[in-house]
Design a protein around this ligand. Sequence first.
Ligand SMILES: [Zn+2]
Length: 116
Amino acid sequence: MAIISCPECDKPISSRTMLCPYCGFQRGQVSEEQLREFRRRKLRDRIYQLKMASYAALTLLVGAFGWYLAETSGFQYTSSAGPYILFTIGAACYLIIRVYLYRFKAALRKLGNRPL
Ligand SMILES: [Zn+2]
C-alpha cells in the first residue's frame, strides 16, 4: 500500500482506496496512466490560470508606473502614495504567482509533460 495524492484535491490518500475521503473523487476503474493524465491536465489548467494572473499583475505594475509618471510629469502637482501602493501590490502578486508557476511546472515535469 502506498500513499498517493488525490488527483482531484491533492490530499494524501491510500493507493488502495477507490474513493477519496476528502472530496469524493472516485478512482474506480481509472488506470495509473489515466490518473497521471488527469493530473497533468489539471496542472496545465492551473499553469494557464497563473499565467493569466501574472499578466494581470504585470498590468498593475504598468498601471502603477503610468500613474507615477502622470503624477510627476506635471499633469497633477500632487504626489500621492497611490502608485507606490499599487506597485507594491502588483510586485507582491507577481512574485507569489511566479513561485506557484515554478512549483506547478516542476510538478508537471515530474509527471512527464508529454504532448496529448
Ligand atoms: Zn480528493
